[in-house]
Design a protein around this ligand. Structure first.
Ligand code: SF4
Ligand code: SF4
Length: 397
């Protein structure tokens, strides 16, 4: 008789706040259930979301108490712990201080620093060999600790997207430039990176999430009160989508994971997640039809543009200029100027403005297109054909 494949579990704990005692117990329970045994001397990499220097209350980074709880668990198992990421901006020292990591991790025998070295990994066509943090590739156990956040290019940043932080330094904008606005292509790259890093567990901090124009300071904190953990990042991401009332197929990385066979055949959610009402997603204009040679024009006129918030006064720090892979933004005393002909709409500038002064703004034709696409989606469809490639959906209980 053929063996029945076991469903991949997703575990959940409802945790109202970051009070250390209860949080630590919840994180330990989740890791005990999800993570493989860490042996004495194992190199354990903890990869939180350390996007930028920001206080924990802004919900831009994985909360320092979640990182501490995971580190204590790994240390108790006898692991040698490194906490590392490649922040998009700002000095790592400032990030440790402002983000509360220096205080939260004080006294623990571990190392915390930015990724230093890279090793090449062949993630398959069309990307080929890409440089990833050597520390992630050499670890015996990777604990992936994402934050639940909205994302103005990829809709949400969860478990799969968090591992883009293993692309070090300037290689990040370079890959953004190579993928441009091809969300599907970028999503495939993210899934390929997740598969290459192969985290043992993904544990998501959704206690204080970020909604609206995330993932940076333009987003708004939203208390949800959950931690989720799974040995499979795409399975966890699909569960979070359902919790937020979003069909998982609308998440670009979910579609890519289905396409690349990175989703398990069945997902078993061990405890019903709470229903989150009216989570504010960023608006993403669909760009799913039209000839490719018109892509530049469509990008210019249909996709949201980065923009200085009305009434905001640019501080001239230049972070948006440094993070722009297309060299399409200039900043000076007079404010910030975008060259929308060059702009590839990757929204790195919105993500990176340390003062949250940038936002995305829909164009009038883009808004019209979105309404038309919504109408199109309401039209009756042909019956689902499970034999078509990509037509299968994993069971989720
Ligand atoms: S201006 Fe902003 S959105 Fe446009 S390419 Fe540069 S970083 Fe990306
Ligand atoms: S828009 Fe923001 S990131 Fe860009 S220069 Fe002004 S303050 Fe700095």
């Amino acid at each position: 008789m053929a063996a029945v494949a076991k469903a991949t579990p997703v575990f959940l704990e409802q945790v109202p706040d970051y009070e250390r005692g209860k949080l630590r117990a919840a994180v330990c329970r989740l890791l005990e259930k999800t993570a493989p045994a860490v042996r004495r001397g194992d190199r354990v990499l903890i990869k939180p979301n350390l996007l930028a220097p920001a206080p924990p209350g802004r919900a831009i980074t994985t909360h320092p108490h979640v990182v501490r709880a995971a580190a204590e668990w790994a240390l108790d198992c006898g692991g040698r712990v490194l906490v590392a990421d490649s922040p998009g901006m700002g000095s790592f020292e400032r990030l440790l201080q402002e983000g509360g990591y220096a205080a939260a991790l004080a006294g623990l025998p571990l190392e915390i620093r930015a990724f230093r070295e890279t090793g090449k990994v062949d993630v398959g066509p069309p990307f080929g060999s890409i440089p990833l943090a050597r520390e992630a590739l050499a670890a015996d156990v990777v604990l992936n600790l994402p934050k639940l956040k909205s994302h103005c290019m990829m809709l949400l940043t969860l478990g799969v997207k968090n591992l883009f932080g293993c692309v070090v330094g300037l290689a990040k904008p370079e890959w953004h430039l190579r993928c441009g606005i091809d969300r599907a292509g970028f999503a495939r790259l993210l899934v390929a990176i997740c598969t290459a890093v192969d985290p043992a567990v993904t544990l998501l901090d959704g206690i204080l999430a970020l909604e609206g124009d995330g993932p940076g300071k333009a987003g708004l904190p939203r208390p949800i009160g959950v931690l989720l953990a799974s040995p499979n990042a795409p399975a966890l991401d699909a569960t979070v989508c359902r919790m937020l009332g979003l069909p998982p197929a609308e998440l670009p990385t979910h579609r890519a994971a289905l396409e690349l066979g990175a989703l398990p055949a069945a997902i078993e959610v061990q405890q019903e997640p709470p229903r989150v009402e009216e989570f504010r997603f960023p608006v993403l204009a669909p760009l799913t039809f039209g000839p490719r040679r018109l892509e530049h024009l469509m990008r210019m006129h249909l996709l949201q543009r980065p923009l200085l918030r009305s009434g905001a006064v640019c501080r001239g720090c230049g972070e948006c200029v440094r993070s722009c892979p297309a060299k399409a933004v200039a900043a000076g005393r007079g404010g910030v100027v975008f060259d929308y002909r060059r702009c590839i709409r990757c929204y790195c500038c919105v993500e990176m403005c340390p003062h949250g002064l940038l936002r995305t703004a829909e164009t009038a034709p883009g808004r019209l297109l979105r309404h038309l696409a919504a109408l199109r989606d309401r039209l009756p469809r042909r019956p689902h054909r499970p034999d078509k490639p990509g037509g299968e959906r994993p069971a989720c209980t």
